[in-house]
Structures are given as structure tokens and as C-alpha cells.
Design a protein around this ligand. Structure first.
Ligand code: AMP
Ligand code: MG
Length: 416
């Protein structure tokens, strides 16, 4: 593949090729731990969970009305039953329902074993202890059978599911209060660069505030990850080396930003050659070309570019899938949509581009996307305004307004 933009002599790696190489070298965390259901949101199940009970537990009413036995139905004609009592949600009718009897029943209340049908309260005429049922009364209506949702012993959630809010509700409905989940992935992250200034400090000429670490801490906010913010490390070989060796001892992953290209002050490569096995790849994407990946002992190392937008793109498309694999969660693909681009986009062939866009959907369900502004890899404002990437293929040489383009949502963005 030729990168016409940079006249790169070496072939560039596609995202898929880079991911394939990364995924071949990493293994999901092995150890599991027990957590309470309350603490299980976003964790990855390491064992499938089966229901110890039927759900619903008992046959119960789906409506407020009157419960009775279908044996008492008088086909095609009205019939009268005598009222024997009532069943409330949480306070079942305790008596034995005799032929010719019915009970008042409320939604969620258990039917007596002799009853199998409910009629809505609006359809009967109750007159003291006598209840008149309509001629078209059907059997087995407005009831929820025991086990109709989940049968006792059947699967509730299969491992390695990453548990969401709905799963928590499902598991709670079966009375599950503890689960076995994969342990968290321990991730250390840091910024490198002499120009970086901590928030709260005045900004001297030539310096910038360290934004990448804040972006990364947000992107790493996931129940499957335990993160350590290692701060800013100056462009100093000894300090970088000491930091990497210390972090590698008690983390599964180290993520750095900056210093990964071949500038005078880009020491990451030299330092890593001394303490681990790390490859430096040029990925055929824009933004985000330089990427370091390798191992320091058993710890995975991701050296991301310094430019803030390149950090976000390489994180989403390369680091996040690798972290997901490490966490034991199933692989997933970003949703891809086709949208009509309402602005012209500049592009040269050679690299796949992730341009920032604003995706909208009209009342007919059609998707439209517009550029969110300047596309430089340092321009965070257009990234913040965007909700999607306009993904332009390698060979594309620009887009005219009205062209169809492929879009993918940014991280956890929504359509506005
Ligand atoms: P580098 O790869 O170190 O040459 O950095 C590339 C560009 O990204 C430079 O303009 C840096 O100033 C910028 N940069 C590096 N690290 C950060 C950071 N933590 N936050 C914001 N910008 C950064
Ligand atoms: Mg730097």
C-alpha cells in the first residue's frame, strides 16, 4: 500500500493486520472472583448462570379481575359464580376453590391451584357475592404460567457475557445475588513530553496542558478495568525506563501517549528496546499513524501517538478491542451505517481516514452526516462536537456533497 501523503518507504499496516498481530499475542485474564450482583455491572461472567427457580415462580394474574376454573365456563352463554375470597400480590388466597366459585384477583397475585383463568374486572358484573361472567369468556386468558419466562434450571446468562443493566434485573428476578466474574484488567497509563503542564499550573510559552491523560482516563472508565494514572513522565530515558519497569511488575497493560514517532525527543523506542520487546508500526490510518505494541515481561505495552485526536482513534480501533480480549469479553464490532454526506471532504489516497462528523437521522429514518470542522490531528474541538467518524477507505480521493459514506459512532456517542 502506498501512502501518497508521506511517501513512506515501508508498507503501512492496516488496522485489521495490526489487530490480528496484537490479538495473537494476548490472552484473556485467567483468574476469576466472586462479586455481589450490585457490583457486577459491566463485569464479564466467567461461568454461565442458570436459574434456581421458575420465573414466574407461580401461575399468577396478568390483570386485575376474577380468577376461576375453566371447567365452570358455560360455552357461548353467560354464567354466574359465587365469590369465595380474594388473592392479592404477595397475599395469596389460602382456601380451596370449589366448583362454581371464583375469587377476586389482582395483577401479580397467585391463582389457587384449582383456577386456570382470569377475566378482566371490566367484563364482569359483580353483585355482592355473585359474579356474572360474559358469554364469550375464554379459558386460560390473562394468566402468566409458572416458568413461562424462565424454566427452573435453564440458562439465564451465558459466559462470557459482559453484564448490562438488564442482565442485572434478570439475574435478580431469579434471586441470584453473587456471581463469578473475570478479574479486572490492571492498566497503567501515562503521558510523556517535556512540554506537558499539569492542570492548575500557569501555562508558560511553548507548553501545553496534558489533555491525553484525561481523555484516556475517560476512555478507560469500564468496570472491567482497574486503572492507575501514572501522571506525566518527562522526555528522560532513565525516568521512562524506571517507570515502565515498575508499572510492568503489577499491571497487565501500560498505555503511553507521545514520544512514539522518530523525533529527536521520541525516546519510547530506545527505552523499550532496553526493557522489553516492542514493535513500532506505522498504521495506514489518519489520524494515528505511529503505534508501538509489545511486551515488557508479560505486560502488554501500547505506545500511542501524542496528537490528541490520534490517541482517541487508535484507542477506539486498536487498544479497546485488545483490552476487550484481555478482559475476556466477547468480541464486538462497531455499528456501521451508510449516510449521505452533506459537506465535501478532502482526502488523498493512501490511508484509511477517520474524519469527524455529525450524524443525524431525519423523520424518514435517513442518515445524514456533515463534517464537524477542521480535521487536524491536534484539533480536539471538532472531535468534541462530533458523534461519529466518517470512515473513508484507503483509495478514496475525496467526497462530494451528496455522496454516500460509511459512518461509525464515536466511543459511546448517540445520534442527535
Ligand atoms: P509527540 O508524539 O510526542 O511528538 O507528540 C505529538 C504532538 O502531540 C505534539 O504536538 C505534542 O505536544 C502533542 N502531545 C503529546 N502529548 C500530549 C498530551 N498528553 N496532551 C496533549 N497533547 C500532547
Ligand atoms: Mg513528545
Amino acid at each position: 500500500m502506498i501512502d501518497l501523503c508521506s511517501r513512506e518507504p515501508n508498507p503501512l499496516l492496516t488496522i485489521d493486520a495490526a489487530l490480528e498481530r496484537i490479538k495473537a499475542t494476548i490472552h484473556p485474564v485467567a483468574r476469576s472472583e466472586t462479586v455481589t450482583l450490585k457490583n457486577a455491572l459491566g463485569r464479564v461472567l466467567s461461568e454461565s448462570v442458570y436459574s434456581p427457580i421458575n420465573i414466574p415462580h407461580d401461575r399468577n394474574a396478568a390483570m386485575d379481575g376474577y380468577a376461576f376454573s375453566s371447567q365452570d365456563i358455560n360455552p357461548e352463554q353467560t354464567f354466574t359464580l359465587s365469590l369465595a375470597g380474594a388473592s392479592w400480590a404477595g397475599q395469596p388466597y389460602k382456601g380451596h376453590l370449589q366448583p362454581g366459585q371464583c375469587i377476586r384477583i389482582f395483577t401479580g397475585a397467585v391463582l389457587p391451584p384449582q383456577a386456570d383463568s382470569v377475566v378482566m374486572q371490566e367484563q364482569v358484573q359483580a353483585n355482592g357475592a355473585s359474579v356474572l361472567f360474559p358469554a364469550n369468556t375464554h379459558s386460560r386468558q390473562h394468566i402468566r404460567e409458572a416458568g413461562e419466562d424462565i424454566k427452573q434450571g435453564s440458562l439465564l446468562c451465558a459466559h462470557p457475557k459482559k453484564l448490562n443493566a438488564i442482565d442485572l434485573g434478570l439475574l435478580a428476578s431469579a434471586g441470584i445475588y453473587e456471581l463469578t466474574v473475570k478479574r479486572t484488567v490492571k492498566i497503567a497509563f501515562l503521558s510523556t513530553g517535556d512540554e506537558l503542564t499539569a492542570l492548575g499550573q500557569p501555562l508558560e510559552s511553548g507548553k501545553i496542558y496534558d489533555s491525553n491523560r484525561y481523555t484516556l482516563s475517560g476512555l478507560l472508565n469500564d468496570a472491567c478495568y482497574s486503572v492507575t494514572d501514572m501522571g506525566v513522565i518527562a522526555d528522560d530515558k532513565q525516568m521512562l525506563q524506571d517507570t515502565f519497569i515498575t508499572a510492568a511488575k503489577n499491571h497487565d497493560v501500560i498505555i503511553t501517549t507521545g514520544g512514539a514517532s522518530v523525533g529527536e525527543a521520541d525516546y519510547i523506542k530506545e527505552v523499550l528496546d532496553r526493557c522489553g520487546e516492542v514493535n513500532f508500526w506505522k498504521i495506514a490510518i489518519k489520524p494515528g499513524k505511529p503505534l508501538a505494541f509489545g511486551k515488557i515481561g508479560s505486560c502488554c505495552f501500547f505506545g500511542l501517538p501524542g496528537n490528541p485526536v490520534a490517541v482517541i482513534v487508535t484507542f477506539q480501533y486498536i487498544v479497546a478491542p485488545a483490552l476487550k480480549q484481555l478482559s475476556g469479553a466477547p468480541d464486538s464490532k462497531p455499528l456501521q451505517l451508510t449516510a449521505t454526506c452533506t459537506t465535501a471532504l478532502k482526502k488523498s489516497p493512501g490511508r484509511q481516514e477517520f474524519q469527524r462528523g455529525i450524524l443525524t437521522q431525519d423523520s424518514n429514518g435517513e442518515f445524514f452526516v456533515a463534517s464537524s470542522g477542521k480535521q487536524g490531528s491536534n484539533i480536539l474541538s471538532s472531535m468534541s462536537r462530533a458523534n461519529c467518524y466518517i470512515v473513508l477507505p484507503t483509495e478514496c480521493d475525496g467526497v462530494q456533497a451528496g455522496d454516500k459514506v460509511r459512518v461509525e459512532l464515536i466511543h459511546d456517542a448517540k445520534i442527535i
